[in-house]
Design a protein around this ligand. Structure first.
Ligand SMILES: [Ca+2]
Ligand SMILES: [Ca+2]
Ligand SMILES: [Ca+2]
Length: 153
């Protein structure tokens, strides 16, 4: 639970304060959202730029976000207000995911592009089963190359 909250907070900050820069970085290195993205998000909390992020810095940024989306100004986020915040928060990731799926970048995800992760999974499983088969059947496949050398001996 704690990890999810932190992740949400970091995503929130990245979207809210890192907007354009974060999006650019993402489009450049689509697959690096994990480790590097995490570091980048933490830097976005680092308001005084000393390279470390204090809980205070994070708190300030998050509370600023609350104020921004507190459209009725009662000091709290209702679920409707949070919905707006949350939508803004996930939009960058949503767009990024769409662009990731849209392999040829024509703005439309075809059935083939949509199913590409399933194709990759299938290839992975085939590779894995091939690797699993190899030691179990030493004669198969090696018979052509190494096998002939062994016959010479
Ligand atoms: Ca700092
Ligand atoms: Ca409110
Ligand atoms: Ca496409």
């Amino acid at each position: 639970m704690k990890r999810n909250t932190l992740l949400a907070a970091m995503t929130l900050a990245a979207t809210a304060f890192g907007g354009a820069a974060f999006a650019d970085a993402n489009h450049g290195h689509g697959g690096q959202l994990g480790a590097q993205g995490g570091a980048g998000m933490m830097q976005m909390f680092d308001t005084d730029g000393d390279g470390t992020t204090t809980p205070e810095e994070m708190r300030t940024r998050l509370q600023a976000k609350l104020s921004e989306f507190d459209s009725d100004g009662d000091g709290n986020l209702s679920i409707t207000e949070f919905e707006a915040l949350h939508s803004a928060m996930i939009r960058e990731m949503m767009v990024d995911r769409f662009q990731h799926l849209d392999a040829d970048g024509d703005g439309a995800v075809t059935p083939e592009e949509m199913a590409a992760p399933a194709d990759r999974m299938e290839r992975m499983q085939m590779m894995r089963s091939n690797m699993a088969d190899a030691p179990a059947r030493p004669g198969n496949g090696q018979g052509m190359g190494n096998g002939s050398m062994m016959e010479d001996n």
